[in-house]
Design a protein around this ligand. Structure first.
Ligand code: NDP
Length: 308
């Protein structure tokens, strides 16, 4: 049985920043990287909105730098995942995928969220080459081009509006005959001349020999008036929701109705003393690397105060 002062789960900007701060505070943090080392940012290419890099920075290099910075300050960054967690008493009891038992005096959950995809094979084929789940990250590459946004919620409307300011034209592919988004968001997209909403429409596949060139769509799927058609697009943005990675803690920690961890106002503290949550796992709203990093720093500072 290993005893750890601060256990950090997750290796996105939140996890690594918590490890940097925890290391500098002499807490000898241990970080488990999880199934996607570097986190969601590694699914994109160049990051242009992380402060400090005026020409942008390759996402994988940025995350590698964060990892090295954490190790430089003494963090023990490990491959692998935590597969069991018992938060009912302190020290918290956890188990990694190799069966190693860990007792942690404090815990920082930075397991992130995963964008939902439709599940089409073509999404994988064109991932990073036309398919994206983050307009703020990748929209800039589609200036004056034609893109599609899938979804009819607030995120889809927000992303479509953002993209409409950059792209020549934005299609919204909405499976229902209406948008589910708030009135103000709905109005904004309906009144935007750059946005064309395709209601009752589903995506069947994507095509293109040199990167993404278009999408195969179907309107009124399964109805007598079903109609298949194609649109020419350079970018395909998913905005059908995010799933926070909190399955491990369900029933043990307070979550909101979507499964995001609830934290106290202006804090990363959860309802369990000694357990902190940072980054997208507790953020249904912003989902930005810089914000994840900032809350990672908060979590380490709060864990340090707690341990004292
Ligand atoms: P939502 O769950 O609200 O919306 C998801 C959208 O994607 C819906 O239109 C849904 O269609 C569609 N969808 C889901 N699965 C599929 C699928 N397999 N194929 C096609 N379409 C699909 O997610 P959001 O990310 O938009 O929002 C999450 C939460 O965050 C909401 O509570 C939202 O209000 C909030 N939010 C608030 C913002 C703000 O206030 N500024 C900004 C962004 C998010 P259907 O309607 O048919 O289910």
């Amino acid at each position: 049985m290993e005893r750890i002062k601060v256990l950090i789960i997750g290796s996105g900007p939140a996890g690594y920043t918590a490890a940097i701060y925890g290391g500098r505070a002499n807490l000898s943090p241990v970080l488990y990287s999880g199934i996607q080392p570097g986190g969601q940012l590694t699914t994109t290419t160049i990051i242009e909105n992380f402060p400090g890099f005026h020409e942008g920075i390759d996402a994988n290099i940025l995350m590698q730098e964060m990892k090295q910075q954490a190790e430089h300050f003494g963090a023990d960054v490990r491959d692998g995942s935590i597969v069991k967690a018992d938060l009912s008493s302190r020290p918290f009891k956890l188990e990694d995928e190799s069966g190693n038992q860990i007792e942690a005096e404090s815990l920082i959950i930075a397991t992130g969220a995963s964008a939902k995809y439709l599940g089409l094979a073509d999404e994988e084929k064109y991932r990073g080459e036309g398919v994206s789940a983050c307009a703020t990250c990748d929209g800039f590459f589609y200036r004056k081009r034609v893109v599609a946004v899938v979804g009819g919620g607030d995120t889809a409307c927000e992303e479509a509006t953002y993209l409409a300011g950059l792209a020549r034209k934005v299609y919204m592919i909405v499976r229902k005959p209406y948008l589910r988004a708030a009135e103000i968001m709905r109005k904004r997209v309906e009144e935007n001349p750059n946005i064309e909403i395709l209601y009752n429409t589903n995506t069947l596949g994507l095509f293109g020999d040199n990167g993404l060139e278009g999408a195969h769509l179907v309107r009124f799927k399964g109805e007598p008036n079903e109609e298949k058609f194609d649109i020419a697009i350079d970018g395909f943005f998913l905005a059908i929701g995010h799933k926070p990675n909190t399955d491990l803690f369900k029933g043990q920690i307070d979550l909101d109705e979507q499964g995001f961890i609830l934290t106290k106002p202006k804090s990363t503290a959860t309802n369990i003393e000694g357990v902190f949550a940072a980054g997208d796992v507790a953020d249904p709203t912003y989902r930005q690397g810089v914000i994840a990093a900032a809350t990672g720093a908060m979590a380490a500072i709060e864990a340090d105060r707690f341990l004292r």
